[in-house]
Design a protein. Structure first.
Ligand code: 5HY
Length: 243
């Protein structure tokens, strides 16, 4: 099976890191490849960034459909464009936030999330509500680390994330912590060793869920709201989408 990881921001070093994390956990026989749109925000830290990045995600799904991809992973913790992406393909499409929530509730009764900037906490809270996990999550916390600091070893991002995870461990009464950014995909072991709680990371969680779905022959339903979009004309710079 071939799993395609889409980093919705345009920072190639973060895409490479996401690809390496997937390779580390993929089963023998699972091929993984990672990409990012050429156009879009270098990091996603607001509703605006997310809205723009969703177009890039959809263009990468359309590209993947010409390459016979078996499953897609949207490797940004806001799961930008997830439902729209599912309309474009029969292959499973998994968002890293949704994947992490599912696995966290299998190993803990309550979990907290540690994400990057405080202003993005609401995005995670909206996902918890729409996915039906709000009652499992005690708190969405922010380490106040800009996303691109995760690409800069000198920025002490890891230390600040560990500090916030320790606060979650000591104050929230939770059994596990979910990491709230695709750019944290290489930090799981270091954080787990420093905090002493199970740490759920979305990129690797999504890879294992994708393997399970493809292995079971479960694909995105085309019955109902996730059916292929009705062919129509698109105007202006979106006219290439016309069918
Ligand atoms: C992410 N932003 O996973 C989100 C994290 C966040 O560029 N990749 C990004 O802060 O919402």
């Amino acid at each position: 099976m071939h799993i395609r990881l889409i980093n919705p921001n345009t920072t190639a070093s973060m895409t490479a890191k996401i690809g390496e994390a997937a390779l580390r956990v993929a089963a023998a026989g699972t091929r993984t490849s990672a990409c990012n749109p050429l156009a879009g925000p270098v990091s996603i830290e607001s509703h605006f960034d997310e809205a723009i990045s969703a177009v890039g995600v959809l263009e990468e799904i359309r590209r993947g459909e010409k390459e016979n991809i078996d499953a897609y992973i949207i490797a940004c913790f806001g799961d930008p464009g997830l439902l729209a992406a599912r309309e474009l393909t029969r292959a499973p499409v998994i968002g890293i936030a949704e994947a992490a929530f599912h696995l966290a509730t299998l190993i803990s009764t309550r979990f907290s999330i540690v994400t990057t900037l405080g202003r993005t906490c609401i995005i995670a809270e909206h996902l918890l509500q729409s996915y039906g996990f709000a009652h499992h999550c005690r708190r969405v916390r922010a380490a106040e680390v800009p996303v691109l600091d995760l690409e800069d070893d000198g920025a002490c991002a890891l230390e600040r994330i560990i500090e916030e995870c320790r606060r979650a461990r000591d104050e929230d009464g939770v059994g596990a912590i979910v990491l709230g950014c695709g750019g944290m995909a290489d930090l799981t072991e270091q954080i787990r060793d420093a905090v002493g709680l199970p740490i759920v990371e979305g990129v690797t969680a999504a890879v294992k869920l994708a393997e399970s779905l493809v292995g079971l022959g479960l694909r995105t339903s085309k019955h109902g709201d996730l059916a292929f979009p009705r062919p129509k004309q698109f105007t202006g710079r979106f006219d290439y989408l016309s069918a």
